[in-house]
Design a protein around this ligand. Structure first.
Ligand SMILES: Nc1nc2c(c(=O)[nH]1)N[C@H]1C(S)=C(S)[C@@H](COP(=O)(O)O)O[C@H]1N2
Ligand SMILES: [Mo]
Length: 203
C-alpha cells in the first residue's frame, strides 16, 4: 500500500473526507514555518497597508485603521506546495473584499501583485483575491498571529497553494496582466491550484 493510500485510510477512519486532501499532499497537525529571508521587524506605528497601481488614488491604512475594521472568522484547509496540508485552520481578520470596497479600481486591472516586507511578492487574479472568505488575517486559532506566521497581518487565500497567502503583507498593486511574483519567478506555477497540482512551471 502506498504512503498516500495508507494516509487516505487513516483520514477515513477519523471521519474526514479524504477528497479534501489534494493529490500528492499529506495531512499534518503541525504548522510548519516556510519563507524566504528573515522574519521582519515590524513597527506598528509606522506600519501601512497600501493599495496602488491601476486605481484612482492610492489608498493607505494605518494599523489603527485596519485593526478597527470589522472582522470575520474563516475555517479553511491549507495546502503547501512542499506537500503538507493542514485541515480546519482557524483564522480571523478583515475580509479582503472590505478593503477592496474602499478603492476605485481601474477597469483595466485584472491581477494584483501582493506585496510584503523585504520586497516579497505573489501574483493573483483579482477574482481569486476577492473570493468570499479570503482574509487579511491578524488572528490564528484565537491568538494574535505568531511573527513567523506573518504578524501583524497575513493574506489568507486558501483555495490556492499556501505560498499565495502572503505573510507580513503590506499591500496590493493592481496591474493589467499577470506578472510573476517572488516564488513564481523561482519556478513556482503562476496560478497554483492544489487540486490540479499546479506546483511548478510547466505543470
Ligand atoms: N512574505 C512572505 N510570505 C510568504 C512566504 C515568503 O517567503 N514571504 N512564503 C510562502 C510560502 S512558500 C508558504 S508555504 C507559506 C508558509 O506559511 P507558514 O510559514 O505560516 O506555514 O507562506 C507563504 N507566504
Ligand atoms: Mo511554500
Amino acid at each position: 500500500m502506498s504512503f498516500f493510500t495508507r494516509k487516505r485510510d487513516e483520514l477515513i477512519a477519523k471521519g474526514i473526507d479524504p477528497d479534501r486532501v489534494p493529490p500528492g499532499q499529506y495531512v499534518t497537525e503541525r504548522f510548519p514555518v516556510l519563507h524566504a529571508g528573515v522574519v521582519p521587524d515590524v513597527d506598528l506605528d509606522t506600519w501601512r497597508f497600501t493599495i496602488d497601481g491601476l486605481v484612482d488614488g492610492a489608498r493607505r491604512w494605518t494599523w489603527a485603521e485596519l485593526a478597527a475594521m470589522p472582522t470575520q472568522p474563516l475555517t479553511a484547509d491549507i495546502h503547501c506546495v512542499t506537500k503538507w496540508s493542514k485541515l480546519d485552520t482557524r483564522w480571523e481578520g478583515v475580509p479582503v473584499a472590505d478593503v477592496w470596497a474602499q478603492i476605485d479600481p481601474h477597469p483595466s486591472a485584472t491581477h494584483v501583485l501582493v506585496g510584503a516586507y523585504h520586497g516579497f511578492t505573489a501574483n493573483l487574479p483579482i477574482d481569486d483575491l476577492l473570493r468570499p472568505g479570503n482574509l487579511l488575517a491578524h488572528t490564528f486559532d484565537g491568538q494574535p498571529l505568531e511573527p513567523e506566521h506573518g504578524w501583524p497581518l497575513r493574506l489568507v487565500v486558501p483555495h490556492l497553494y499556501f505560498w499565495k497567502s502572503v505573510k507580513w503583507v503590506t499591500g496590493f498593486t493592481l496591474i493589467d496582466r499577470d506578472r510573476p511574483g517572488f516564488w513564481e519567478r523561482n519556478g513556482y506555477h503562476m496560478y497554483g491550484d492544489p487540486f490540479l497540482e499546479q506546483r511548478y512551471w510547466g505543470s
